[in-house]
Design a protein around this ligand. Structure first.
Ligand code: R5P
Length: 294
């Protein structure tokens, strides 16, 4: 039985001090529920407001992509340097140690391949499995202007609605068909549309002209995909420009795992994202780490 005699009256109410009521640090995320903010606060560093997501979900539509033929060998050693792991549930269960403390952005769409129409996706993971896997976010593509635009938007809407029920944010990825122009007008349309339907953050591509208009016109965080493999200095320059122009991080795959030294590259990318390191300095860091690791 509870010993009521031992309950003392509280004394330290700090009546002179107003209650702390800090806004949440992340763009456009202030009105979200605690669990949603907590997960976003694991994805984006509360210290820098930014993130380095390591993307290795490519196999879900293109099979054993160069650099990630063996996820256990190529990706697992990079985990300590990533803020977030973006992958499929198949890769997660088969290759990623469950003891990792890194948040997971779970690829939750699929249903097509490089041999068919890319925009013809479906929601390929039930919310129960995302919860079971302790996902910090769920991700699917929106293919604006593509053959299956409506279906891809419906997929993201489904993730947003079910994720909202359980406090799991949705990452909308702006898929761009090969016949579409990647310009500020198109990416501005795609990212804004994704945010307006309720996506909690958006992955899109960096463009040389007008990227700052894309980030400014999107009320939630934008992270950039790396895209096809570039020389390391070019990839670091792209990341740096994206950050300068309002991106809150990267969700980078091939430019890390196809690098001559993935371990050096992910640390150089992290220096750009979190420390505002300039591209030439970050490239020096890449070279130094690469030499040390050789
Ligand atoms: C593409 O649909 C996947 O979501 C990739 O994760 C994404 O494109 C990022 O990878 P990369 O930096 O290789 O473009």
């Amino acid at each position: 039985m509870t010993d009521l005699d031992d309950i003392k009256d509280g004394k330290d109410f700090g009546t002179e001090v107003p209650a702390v009521n800090e806004p949440f640090f992340l763009k456009g995320s202030n009105a979200l529920d605690w669990g949603m903010q907590n997960r976003l606060g694991r994805i984006f560093s509360p210290k820098t407001g930014r993130t380095v997501m390591l993307a290795f979900d490519h196999g879900y539509f293109q099979g054993p992509t160069t650099g990630i033929e063996r996820i256990d060998l190529s990706i697992v050693p990079l985990i300590p340097h990533a803020d977030v792991l973006m992958c499929t549930r198949g890769a997660l269960r088969s290759c990623i140690p469950a003891a990792t403390d890194k948040p997971i952005a779970l690829r939750c769409s699929g249903g097509q391949s490089i041999l068919t129409e890319l925009s013809n996706e479906l929601v390929a993971v039930e919310i129960e499995d995302a919860i079971r896997l302790n996902a910090a976010a769920m991700a699917a593509q929106v293919y604006i202007g593509a053959e299956y635009e409506h279906k891809s938007i419906a997929n993201v809407v489904k993730l947003i609605d079910t994720g909202t029920r359980y406090g799991i944010p949705t990452l909308a990825v702006t898929g761009v068909g090969s016949d579409m122009v990647r310009d500020a007008r198109y990416l501005g349309l795609a990212t804004r549309l994704a945010a307006e339907i309720g996506a909690h953050y958006i992955k899109t591509y960096y463009i040389d002209e007008g990227f700052e208009r894309v980030t400014a016109g999107c009320p939630v965080p934008i992270v950039i995909a790396g895209g096809k493999k570039l020389p390391e200095l070019d990839a670091l320059t792209m990341a740096s420009r994206a950050i300068d122009q309002g991106a809150l991080g990267v969700d980078m795959g091939r430019n890390i795992f196809q690098s001559d030294s993935p371990l050096a590259m992910i640390q150089a990318v992290s220096a750009v994202v979190h420390d505002d390191e300039k591209p030439d300095k970050a490239f020096d860091l890449y070279q130094t780490l690469k030499d040390q690791l050789a």
